[in-house]
Structure formats: structure tokens, C-alpha cells
Ligand binder design. Structure first.
Ligand SMILES: C[S@@+](CC[C@H](N)C(=O)[O-])C[C@H]1O[C@@H](n2cnc3c(N)ncnc32)[C@H](O)[C@@H]1O
Length: 278
């Protein structure tokens, strides 16, 4: 295992949003958490910017329709996978690296009664444990920033897609090179090392065998959302400490504050990409 992969796992093992924290929160407000409706989780299980609307935007760009088979690269706690299955009537396979998140995702999916249509499997998106040409659409949100070789992950997406299938994803982008100090801060605090420009993402998609359909700059939108998330992380950190759960570490908060700053200055930002397998 490379140090980049190890760091991503370490970061998500300590992340302030976990299945344990979500269930503790729901137990407080509603008591029984053995059987949940998918909607009970949606306010808590989406670990990307823009909540459910961001899933709808990818569903639209990926032309997701009932009955399709979808792969979610870097599925986290399975929030987007459950939402797509519930809202669009699709079958979703999430690929997730961090064992604790795979277990958390499976547990939440079972409680939400969606385990017949959503499965989260442990794996690395650079080497996807799925056969060729088995998926209609691949999605991913705010995760490829942790992946050491994004081109390899996109080649894997192309491999598992049926001809004409689509890839729709969001990712951090670098609008200009970072100082060494900022790059080190984001690596140490958030396991983010490989950041690419909007154009570089489009180039990688083409080289992986896709026709690029759209590239959207989400930086201004994210700048606002990130200010709100920063406030949420501060609150969650306090709650994790009270529940004696892993509360993350100071490097994360220092790094997150700087990240929010850099997006505010449009040095970093977000991109949404849609492409068709050709
Ligand atoms: C910010 S979370 C996003 C989760 C999910 N996409 C969502 O929107 O709720 C990033 C996730 O990517 C996973 N991840 C990082 N590197 C990965 C890799 N190489 N393969 C698969 N998953 C990876 C992390 O473990 C983490 O759960």
C-alpha cells in the first residue's frame, strides 16, 4: 500500500462524519434506529458539497434512468448510492477504500432497507473489482483528490462502462499552483495531494477513451457552501468529543480553514465533468 493510499484511509478512519455519529444523532431524535427510511439519512450521509441537489445534477449529466446499473467511485458512507437507488430506481454498486466506511455504508443501507439495490464493496478505484462493460453510468463526488493516479481511475471507469455509457463526477480543481506550504498543509490535514486544473481533467478523460460532454466550474458555488460546512465541522467535532468518538485532529481543522480560504480566493475550486464512453 502506498503512503497516499494509507493517508486517505487514516483520514477517513478519523473523519468527523461516521455511521456511528449519524446513528447516535438519529437515536437521540427518534429512538429506534434499527429500521430507517432512506429519507431519515439524507440530511446526514452526503459527504460532498451541495447535498441532494448535487446528486441530481450528476444524475442529469449522466442521463441516469430507472433500471440502470450505476457505479459510485469512492462511495463513502453510501449516501449518494442510496439516494440514487431510492429516487431514480437504479441499482448501485459503490467502490470504497476505507474499511470502516464500507462497514458503515453497509450497515446504514441495511437499516434503510435498500440492501437489495445498493451494495458497497471494498476496493480501490485504480483497480476496480468489477468486470468489463457491466455499468451504464459511473459517478463520483469530491474524492478523486485523494486518488494518486486519476488517469488510472478514469481508465477503470471506461473499462467497466458499456459502450455509450457515461461518467459524471465532481472533484476539487487547482486554478493555479499552490505554494509548497499550502500543498503540504492540504496533504497533512486532508490527504489531498494530486490536484488538477479543469482542462487537465478534460484531457485525462479524453485519453481514457471518453468524449467530454460538459465541464462546469463550481468554484463560486462551493465558496459559499464551504463557509457553511466549516461551521458544521466545528459543531460535529464538539459532538464527537462528547460521544468519546474519534474527533479528528488539529491538522484537519487548520487545513480545512485554509482550503476554504483558497476556494474563496479562487486558487482552488470545484469542477463537474460529464463524458461519454466512445
Ligand atoms: C469526501 S468522501 C466522499 C464520499 C461520497 N462520494 C459522498 O459524496 O458522500 C471521499 C471518499 O473517498 C474514499 N476514497 C479515497 N481514495 C479512494 C480510492 N483510491 N478508492 C476508493 N475510495 C477512495 C474515501 O475513503 C472517502 O470515503
Amino acid at each position: 500500500m502506498t503512503d497516499e493510499i494509507r493517508s486517505a484511509i487514516d483520514f477517513y478512519e478519523r473523519h468527523p462524519i461516521s455511521a456511528q455519529i449519524i446513528l447516535a444523532k438519529l437515536a437521540e431524535s427518534r429512538g429506534d434506529v434499527e429500521r430507517l427510511a432512506p429519507e431519515d439519512l439524507f440530511a446526514h450521509d452526503q459527504d460532498h458539497y451541495g447535498g441532494l441537489a448535487a446528486n441530481d445534477a450528476l444524475a442529469e449529466r449522466g442521463r441516469i434512468a430507472a433500471g440502470m446499473r450505476i457505479a459510485d467511485f469512492c462511495a463513502g458512507l453510501g449516501g449518494p448510492a442510496r439516494y440514487l437507488a431510492h429516487r431514480y430506481g437504479v441499482d448501485v454498486t459503490g467502490i470504497e477504500l476505507t474499511p470502516a466506511r464500507v462497514a458503515g455504508a453497509q450497515d446504514l443501507t441495511r437499516r434503510a432497507g435498500l440492501d437489495n439495490r445498493v451494495r458497497i464493496i471494498e476496493g480501490d478505484v485504480m483497480k476496480v473489482p468489477l468486470p468489463d462493460a457491466c455499468m451504464d453510468v459511473v459517478i463520483s463526488q469530491e474524492a478523486l483528490l485523494h486518488v494518486p493516479d486519476v488517469s488510472r481511475a478514469l481508465a477503470e471507469a471506461r473499462r467497466i462502462l458499456k459502450p455509450g455509457g457515461r461518467m459524471a463526477f465532481t472533484n476539487w480543481v487547482a486554478h493555479r499552483p499552490l505554494s509548497e506550504a499550502d500543498a503540504e498543509l492540504l496533504w497533512q490535514g486532508m490527504a489531498a495531494r494530486r490536484l488538477h486544473s479543469l482542462d487537465a481533467h478534460a484531457g485525462m478523460l479524453r485519453r481514457a477513451g471518453f468524449e467530454v460532454e460538459s465541464v462546469e466550474d463550481l468554484t463560486a458555488e462551493w465558496a459559499t457552501i464551504l463557509q457553511q460546512r466549516l461551521a458544521m465541522y466545528r459543531k460535529l467535532r464538539g459532538e464527537a468529543e462528547q460521544a468519546s468518538a474519534p474527533a479528528g485532529h488539529d491538522a484537519f481543522y487548520r487545513s480545512y480553514v485554509r482550503f476554504v480560504d483558497l476556494v474563496g480566493q479562487a486558487a482552488l475550486g470545484g469542477g463537474r465533468f460529464a463524458a461519454r464512453a466512445v
